[in-house]
Write a new protein. Structure first.
Length: 293
């Protein structure tokens, strides 16, 4: 297995020769923990199946997507919302299923095939400490809204971007019909929300659904029962040319995709970010546990 370390020359990928071949598959990945785990997991899994694999992990999202469109990356894991909004300029609100169907259609026109989506959806979410959930009975965002409307003075932590954006905090309150005063909202860097919630500085925090600190800090994600947050379902995306050269690849990747959900990805992320295990070891252990190695 060949590994590639990203540098400033990464941009040169967009002019390189195409890679699709029955002899070699180039697996890509973005530059954060979850994506690095997925790239390692995919490479180890496919190499075990007999493919010649080159791994190019740690890439910026836009560069990675452009590299795949231009034929230098054969396969990587993408989020439906990222493709819908960032790569296809679709801003309308769609359900999880409709988001997947739309990006499958639009990217298919570009020679990119979305395989079966996993159950992992790395979107925004609101979380509480699990002991607070047990104490209050708040399990959904509708439960949260009802508690607030009964004059429960809950405090919140979120990043400044979500607080201010047009599809963020204010529309969320409108969708669920509740209102929180400014004094009850603390704006801070996304990374600081997790310790603030853990340490009891706030009651509710804005998190990302597959963040490893959710299980590590014993948080419970509140169910978005009105589907307010955009869908960011995680799925393998492969070039049609690569799939044509390797017809068994779709079924093999779908088998891996079926094993992933929010809790699984959060736990894997925590093993790297909290327990400080290596990405390769975490990916290897998961594959062995699921009899894919």
């Amino acid at each position: 297995m060949k590994f590639w370390i990203p540098t400033l020359t990464s941009l040169a990928l967009v002019t390189a020769a195409t890679s699709a071949s029955a002899d070699e598959i180039v697996v890509g990945g973005k530059n954060f923990t979850e994506q690095q785990i997925l790239a390692s997991m995919t490479s180890q899994y496919l190499e075990q199946l007999g493919y010649d694999i080159e791994t190019r992990a740690g890439m910026g999202s836009a560069v990675l997507r452009q590299a795949q469109e231009n034929g230098q990356i054969d396969l990587y894991w993408e989020y439906t919302g990222t493709s819908l909004i960032n790569y296809n300029d679709v801003t309308e609100s769609l359900s999880l299923e409709d988001t997947y169907d739309k990006v499958k259609e639009l990217d298919g026109e570009k020679g990119l095939v979305w395989l079966e989506p996993s159950e992992a959806n790395n979107t925004y979410a609101l979380a509480m400490r699990s002991d607070s959930v047990k104490e209050t009975g708040i399990k959904t965002l509708s439960d949260l809204a009802a508690a607030i409307n009964e004059e429960d003075s809950l405090s919140f932590a979120m990043n400044a971007e979500f607080y201010a954006r047009e599809d963020g905090w204010r529309p969320l309150q409108q969708a669920y019909d509740f209102r929180v005063g400014r004094s009850n909202v603390k704006r801070m860097d996304s990374g600081l929300v997790y310790p603030a919630l853990r340490d009891g500085q706030v009651d509710v925090g804005l998190v990302f659904a597959t963040d490893g600190r959710i299980p590590a800090f014993d948080f419970t994600v509140l169910k978005d029962d009105q589907d307010f947050f955009p869908a960011y379902s995680l799925a393998p995306v492969v070039r049609q040319e690569t799939l044509d050269a390797n017809p068994e690849l779709a079924g093999q990747m779908n088998k891996l995709s079926a094993l992933l959900d929010d809790d699984t990805m959060a736990e894997l992320n925590a093993q790297v970010d909290v327990e400080r295990r290596t990405i390769e070891d975490v990916a290897n252990t998961f594959l062995e546990a699921n009899e894919l190695l």
